[in-house]
Design a protein around this ligand. Structure first.
Ligand code: ATP
Length: 241
């Protein structure tokens, strides 16, 4: 469904953030992307979602295909319409707007009031806490609720694939468990998920397949259960989770 082939990305014309990333995601899968700070995980998601430009970066080599369509040269809005939605690191919600207004902003590309209302109701079903707080300003939510809102906002455009950048960042274990359960539920409803995480234990538990990035390259990949059992992965990634 998503195919990334030998991808290279450069920031500001000089910083070679990706130097050959190859990965693929099949329809219905949850795929984890692991790696330390600066390995290139966020850059990979930005490349897929067509948002490199707003960070001063661009693809310099390689190919990106989604559902057989070439993503090269497509704008971010166009890529959302194809069904690929990116929930960036740091949530990026609108703090001064209410929960409901944030969701509405996420659904702007969806045609039809009824379809938008249905998407919103599904988000509230998935995250009942958001329904309770629908009229609160987003800035007043806890970190976990803000992450739920960021994911919910992404779901408003009815994606077929969700790109999640570090959804567990800064959250308490109990809340991470709730986010993990929501990711499982979203996937059970037919949405494929690319899960970027420094929390390797969480990501390996949720995913079927995992890719490890190191210095902008895919250094390791395989079934998540195998990576979770590998001594090397345990030593390098699980200890810091
Ligand atoms: P983290 O978990 O710390 O976000 P990451 O694996 O997501 O790490 P990226 O953020 O993709 O890594 O960074 C990959 C490389 O690109 C790093 O060397 C980083 O310094 C560089 N980089 C990222 N964003 C920018 C930017 N806006 N301008 C210049 N260089 C950048």
């Amino acid at each position: 469904m998503l195919a990334v082939d030998s991808l290279e990305v450069v920031y500001a014309g000089v910083v070679r953030a990706l130097r050959g990333v190859t990965m693929s995601v099949r329809a219905g899968q949850v795929v984890a992307v692991l790696g330390g700070n600066g390995a290139g995980k966020s850059t990979l998601l930005r490349a897929v979602s067509g948002t490199l430009g707003m960070h001063g970066a661009k693809v310099t080599a390689g190919a990106l295909r989604f559902d057989g369509q070439d993503l090269a040269g497509r704008g971010a809005a166009d890529i959302v319409r194809l069904g690929l939605v990116h929930v960036p690191e740091g949530r990026r919600i609108f703090g001064r707007l209410t929960v409901e207004e944030n969701l509405r902003a996420g659904g702007m590309s969806v045609r039809g009031r009824a379809a938008r209302a249905q998407a919103r109701d599904q988000v509230y079903e998935l995250f009942p806490l958001l329904a309770e707080r629908r009229h609160s300003r987003a800035v007043l939510l806890s970190g976990g609720e803000q992450q739920m809102l960021a994911i919910g906002r992404g779901l408003m455009s009815a994606p077929r694939m969700l790109l999640l950048d570090e959804p567990s960042l800064g959250l308490a274990p109990q809340i991470i468990g709730k986010i993990g359960a929501a990711i499982r539920e979203i996937n059970a409803q037919g949405v494929s998920v690319v899960l970027v995480e420094q929390n390797a234990a969480m990501a390996l538990a949720l995913s079927e397949v995992a890719f490890v990035l190191e210095l902008g390259r895919t250094s390791l990949s395989g079934p998540s259960a195998e990576l979770a059992a590998s001594d090397e992965v345990a030593r390098r990634y699980l200890a810091v989770a």
